[in-house]
Design a binder for this molecule. Sequence first.
Ligand code: FES
Length: 153
Amino acid sequence: MSTVAASLKKIEPDRSNLIKALQAVQEEEGYISNEAIAEVARHFTVSVVEVEGVVSFYAQFKRVKPGKFKISVCDGTACHIKGASLVIGWISDELGIKGGETDNEGLFSLEIVACLGCCSLAPVISINGKVYGNLDRKGLLKILKDHRKGGAA
Ligand code: FES
């Protein structure tokens, strides 16, 4: 049984549970794949188009498979003032991805988030939940390089 099917097994196939089911799938898989959409549609006996509509309507659902390292760049007020846009630009230049994208190797994905709760360390990013603060370009590139090395091993 696929992990999607296992997630759906616990959920009553009532239309009012559709969002709950998609959340469970995303929790398990990290994103909503085309296969998952088809499986959810089958489970609820609704069309694939209807499920796709729900997924695209809610920003919480991700359609792109996350990379091994999920980079969250804080663009909350404190980080914005301290240069979050520069940090986003440095990451985009280095990895060739924008917010909501995953690089070709499937190693890094990038998302822009609101406050990460460490404003005194602005500008801040987190990678798979670990926070890095007071970033400058050199420090950021070293962090990415270290992850790339670790990820490639
Ligand atoms: S605004 Fe970035 S951590 Fe709070």
